[in-house]
Design a protein around this ligand. Structure first.
Ligand SMILES: [Zn+2]
Length: 64
């Protein structure tokens, strides 16, 4: 299920976690060269991605 990003926080390992509208959290790691998410490393980038929809696997599982 697609859920928009409503906020962010960092986990205990200093990785960024997106907070989704459904209340679930999802890691948005910037881990080049495998995962490149430059936007998450800057405040402007994160602000620009508010409202962007991510696939929430937890929602899909709970739906069953
Ligand atoms: Zn969810």
């Amino acid at each position: 299920m697609q859920q928009p990003i409503v906020g962010y926080h960092k986990d205990e390992e200093d990785h960024w976690v997106a907070e989704l509208a459904c209340g679930h959290n999802q890691h948005v790691r910037h881990n080049p060269p495998w995962v490149v998410r430059d936007w998450v490393t800057t405040e402007m980038g994160r602000a620009a991605m508010l409202g962007y929809k991510l696939e929430c696997k937890l929602c899909d599982e709970l739906k069953c």
